[in-house]
Design a protein around this ligand. Structure first.
Ligand SMILES: [Zn+2]
Length: 281
């Protein structure tokens, strides 16, 4: 179920706004930037590097980021400590081992979510319930469930635990998220990884390593321990977007034939639906 996500897909418009602000800020401050500021930048970068950890997932060595007490894999997939520690099959990450019993996923929505995001959740739930064999059902008193939380009103904060965890697990949404990106995060809950980390991806895409931000290259590693279902699908809702983690505005992912692609953030493709229904027959 190596479908791959795009943690940055819904940031594009916002990123443009941020970038404009950034340009203005740089113009205002570049003349006055002093050594203290440069040191602060270096310290922030060092802190990021300190949080980059090596671990094992499903028997494979992986790199992830430890942030806010959680383990982030490929940007927006949260791994439990148990998933990282376990070599027993029951503890392995991913849909092969962590599927929701009967395809039934009970959910709640945090009270501070706001009506706009709540409506997006309803739309995304309807997509799953009408097109896949998973059924998302409002929780009454179930012990095992997922809660949609409002992660942030500033900046990108979309992420989700991967697969069925047991107990309470979460999907975090921010105010910029689209319905298709809600579908993407719910895909992680169902057990999908990102399309770009499939074992066969190099036949279809080319990672542009020189365009990736410093310290983020590990997010483009192949995840061999996943199970690839169906053909590679560059239009998958679980695909990174072409400029994910770009340091220079140039694509970090292009097609293997060296042409660019446009990312899909409109919703499920047939391939996505077939993949989920193979996992949940
Ligand atoms: Zn993702």
């Amino acid at each position: 179920m190596n479908k791959k996500t795009n943690p940055k897909f819904y940031q594009k418009i916002k990123a443009r706004t941020v970038f404009i602000s950034f340009v203005i800020a740089v113009a205002l401050t570049s003349c006055t930037k002093n050594n203290d500021e440069l040191t602060a930048e270096a310290q922030a970068n060092a802190l990021h590097q300190e949080n980059i950890k090596n671990g094992r997932l499903g028997g494979q060595d992986i790199t992830y980021e430890r942030k806010n007490g959680m383990n982030f894999f490929q940007g927006d997939i949260v791994l439990s400590d148990k998933q990282l520690a376990g070599e027993n099959s029951v503890d392995k990450g991913g849909a092969s081992y962590s599927r929701w019993p009967g395809g039934k996923i009970y959910y709640t929505v945090a009270s501070n979510m706001g009506s706009i995001n709540a409506n997006k959740i309803t739309s995304a739930v309807n997509e799953y319930n009408s097109k896949t064999n998973t059924q998302w059902i409002p929780r009454t008193n179930q012990t095992n469930y997922v809660e949609f939380i409002f992660g942030s009103s500033s900046g990108s904060d979309g992420w989700a635990h991967i697969g069925y965890q047991g107990g309470r697990q979460t999907i975090s949404l921010d105010q910029y998220i689209s319905v298709a990106s809600v579908i993407h995060e719910m895909g992680h809950t169902v057990g999908l990884y990102h399309e770009h980390s499939r074992k066969d991806r190099d036949q279809y895409i080319s990672i542009q390593w020189n365009n990736i931000q410093s310290g983020q290259a590990y997010n483009f590693n192949i995840y061999n321990s996943g199970t690839d279902i169906g053909p590679f699908n560059i239009n998958s809702v679980m695909m990174y977007w072409p400029n994910s983690y770009s340091k220079n505005g140039q694509p970090t992912i292009i097609r293997a034939n060296n042409t660019t692609f446009t990312y899909n953030r409109t919703g499920f493709t047939t391939g996505d639906i077939n993949t989920i229904n193979t996992m949940y027959p």
